[in-house]
Write a protein that binds this ligand. Sequence first.
Ligand SMILES: N[C@@H](CCC(=O)N[C@@H](CS)C(=O)NCC(=O)O)C(=O)O
Length: 235
Amino acid sequence: MIDFYYWPTPNGWKVAILLEELGEPYNLIPVNISKGDQFKPEFLAISPNHRMPAIVDHDVPGEPVTVFESGAIMFYLARKTGRFMADDPVLEKETLEWLFWQTGNQGPMAGQLSHFVNYAQGENPYALERYRNEYDRCLGVLERRLEGRDWIVGSDCSIADMICWPWVLIAKPLTASLDDFPNVSRWRKAVKARPAVQRGVDLGKEFRRNAAPDEEERKILFQQNARTASEQSGN
Ligand SMILES: N[C@@H](CCC(=O)N[C@@H](CS)C(=O)NCC(=O)O)C(=O)O
């Protein structure tokens, strides 16, 4: 069985979608990032970067295997199950390129855009513009990749699609339009139509925030540095 450390955000959805697509049972462990669960020592032993998602795979010989970072988790599960990543070395290399691209480019830029759209409205027009442009640039990268192809890598839906899709799903709340990106729009719709994808996005929806973060939550989420992280972990 897999323990899945999760909170319902785009980064969490990536792995939720894959687990639902795999159809294997898993044990959901909520990591309430507004309350500081990401700093608990038992979580840090699994995810040293204070971030979810993370997994622990108990279905292995010997000690359970811990995996943090969505790209690494998805690569691990795809390798282990032989699903959602082609066996061919060149296609595997292409999958890795898109996993790295997502976690090094689209994810951080969209995450910062979300911060300035949702939590620091009007406070920093330069930052808002900067991340809006970068998010738009990333949509352009995907648009070119999806020209003449249904999926990001190979001929089927793969972990490359599952990792890139959640931050495109929420383009509108991020104040971006997909009007100039017809290939991305078509692909977004095709991924969304998959029942397992819908189940992944719905996972833990009862935990979703329905109010702006209060002062304490803002401090936990937005004023982190090495010292506060260490204090929160009790070190
Ligand atoms: N590169 C990481 C990003 C994970 C990430 O940023 N997770 C956020 C939620 S979307 C988190 O755990 N935030 C906790 C915090 O900001 O303290 C991945 O792809 O797994």
